[in-house]
Design a protein around this ligand. Sequence first.
Ligand code: PLP
Length: 384
Amino acid sequence: MGKDKIWLSSPHMGGNELKYINEAFSENWIAPLGPNVNGFENDIKNYLGEASSNNIEVAALSSGTAALHLALILCGVEHGDEVLCQSMTFAASANPIVYLGATPIFVDSESETLNICPEQLEIAIKDRISKGKKPKAIVAVHLYGMPYKVDQINEIAEKYEIPVIEDSAEALGSTFKGKKCGTFAKFSILSFNGNKIITTSGGGALVTQSSDSKKKAVFLATQARDDAPHYQHSEIGYNYRLSNISAGIGRGQMEVLDKRVEGRRDMFHFYVNLFRDVEGVKVFKEPNDDYFSNHWLSVITIDPEKTGGVDREDLRKCLESENIESRPLWKPMHMQPVFTNNPFYGTGIAEEMFKNGLCLPSGSNLSDRDRERIQDAILNCLKK
Ligand SMILES: *Cc1c(COP(=O)(O)O)cnc(C)c1O
């Protein structure tokens, strides 16, 4: 019997996506603007705004990476500047810093949320200031959907007056103290890439709390055209707006976001149960009730000394041989060949997590049969 591939995280359509796409076709809105773009922005605005006392503005863009690029520009980041960035993240959190000719300064994680460590962040800020450059921004990430230590990070950011850019690419639907991720900073970004909790096939959004910032983001994202009958430009612009077709997918996906969060969290509970009595494997959980993760990806750490020698790679290969995708935790940026010369502040937490951590299949569309296959593969591997 051929076994279908079980993916780490695959798209999961809700049903109404095609309705919105068909509307775009019937009205000939085949462009990076139109009713679906506006509708999608409104849907996100209403969703994030629900539990927030702040005004929420959303600019739909072609990717989360584009949103980060614009957020950095809006924070005034320029050539020669330094920007603090969580090391344990996906490369897209750091790359746009380099697009601007600025230098990412990497900061370690703490072990409770896997996100940017407040102590190391403050050490880094003080050291960079003492070396003569105050960092222009802090890129903090809610990795795998787990909120970072919002209160502590905000406190440090306010103390040193450095804006935070909240990378919520993996955390749509997560909350901290009842408030939604994506609403904790002056600028937040979302991603709707194909592997995220909801998708537009490719897409992203910049979330801000000021309508002027939104206006400026849309201006920059549409080639920075001055108000004139001819094409006139006083600034360098970008082609970063979301297509009205993609936004149609997004509108359909927003209708089922709550269900997708439920589905991902069900997978997390499945793993909690599966590993309940397994020595040496820990499922990564919220540290306390302030945190609510969408569990975009379920994460485990493996201690080979307690599993009878089975380590992270052994388990990954066992799953692979059963056509089940899993992936080591994101390799920290300070360990990446492309960033070897960038400063790093830390104590080895991210390195340790990278060594022993594994992301398991977490899609909201996995069937009972898929779960059985995952369970069998894991338990067989651990028995060896
Ligand atoms: C996916 C992702 C991004 C980038 O989003 P794209 O839409 O793929 O450009 C940025 N940061 C993190 C943490 C991500 O997971």
